[in-house]
Design a protein around this ligand. Structure first.
Ligand SMILES: Cc1cc2nc3c(=O)[nH]c(=O)nc-3n(C[C@H](O)[C@H](O)[C@H](O)COP(=O)(O)O)c2cc1C
Length: 270
């Protein structure tokens, strides 16, 4: 951070020196205007970086290029620990916007179209809620699929990146990894539908693990596309697994669906 500040100060002073040499008053005032605008931008971007804990991504970093679809600050994510349950045969793996964006404490509902606010003020994604209900019912381990770099907090920008990556067939690298996939015989996979199919980070999860011989229950959060083609896509990625429909949950009816999700899981645990 100190290095960044010094570089910015040097750039600022070079620009100011350039102004001093300029004889035209009009040009001078234009340049001053530019400098004051860019100074404001610098202050804004520094404060937003300080609110988050990660490193700024090199935007030209090739495979990690999330920002080619929209302009935002992608941060290196810190992986969350697996939440251990008391049933070591069941894994509840989920991808959610929540946990994959650099959300700060003061996020508001404006930029959080698919995030819900809990009574205690915490934000929670649709898939996160569903995964927590399933973990409560099964006692399974709860695992957040986390990408190496954060997605935009702003919903419209998130859509641009998520859809862009799907069109490009880009499966982002993950920063969270399971040590022992062999121990599980049942996997509840909870994911949002992105661009009428499985969200690309969920595809990265399916690329990484061989789920042969396991039963996968698919739970798709969506805004109307239901499962789209996700069951077929999961079965293609895991041809030796048994892939079954769980519940598709429209995010607008999330809480109305809670008992349906819990009952489905209870029924299939018998
Ligand atoms: C990149 C992106 C693309 C989406 N595409 C679709 C879609 O094709 N069909 C649909 O029904 N919902 C779509 N949605 C809505 C999400 O599936 C929905 O908001 C989901 O509840 C998000 O779950 P989360 O809050 O756990 O991330 C999309 C959302 C995003 C961010």
């Amino acid at each position: 951070m100190k290095k960044l500040l010094s570089v910015l100060l040097v750039i600022l002073s070079l620009n100011m020196a350039a102004c001093a040499d300029n004889t035209s008053e009009q040009i001078n005032s234009d340049i001053k205007q530019d400098i004051s605008t860019s100074t404001e931008n610098i202050v804004v971007s520094l404060s937003s970086v300080e609110e988050s804990s990660g490193e700024i991504v090199n935007y030209d970093a090739g495979k990690n290029n999330y920002t080619k679809y929209t302009e935002y600050t992608a941060l290196q994510a810190s992986p969350r620990d697996l939440v251990k349950g008391n049933n070591d045969k069941v894994l509840v793996a989920y991808f959610s916007r929540s946990g994959n964006t650099a959300i700060t404490d003061d996020i508001d509902a404006i930029s959080s179209a698919s995030l819900l606010i809990r009574e205690n003020g915490d934000t929670v994604g649709t898939c996160e809620s569903i995964a927590e209900w399933i973990a409560e019912e099964t006692g399974g381990d709860l695992f957040l699929i986390q990408t190496e770099y954060t997605y935009p907090v702003d919903y419209d920008q998130l859509v641009e990146v998520g859809e862009g990556q799907d069109i490009d067939g880009y499966h982002p690298s993950l920063c969270s990894h399971l040590e022992n996939i062999e121990q599980y015989d049942t996997v509840y996979l909870v994911y949002p539908i992105w661009h009428y199919t499985v969200s690309v980070p969920t595809c990265s999860f399916l690329d990484e693990y061989d789920l042969s011989g396991k039963t996968i229950y698919a739970f798709a959060a969506n805004e109307g596309s239901r499962f789209a083609d996700s069951i077929e896509r999961i079965a293609e990625a895991e041809p030796e697994a048994t892939v079954l429909e769980g519940i598709s949950v429209n995010q607008r009816q999330l809480y109305d669906t809670e008992s349906t999700v819990r009952n489905f899981v209870k029924e299939h645990m018998k």
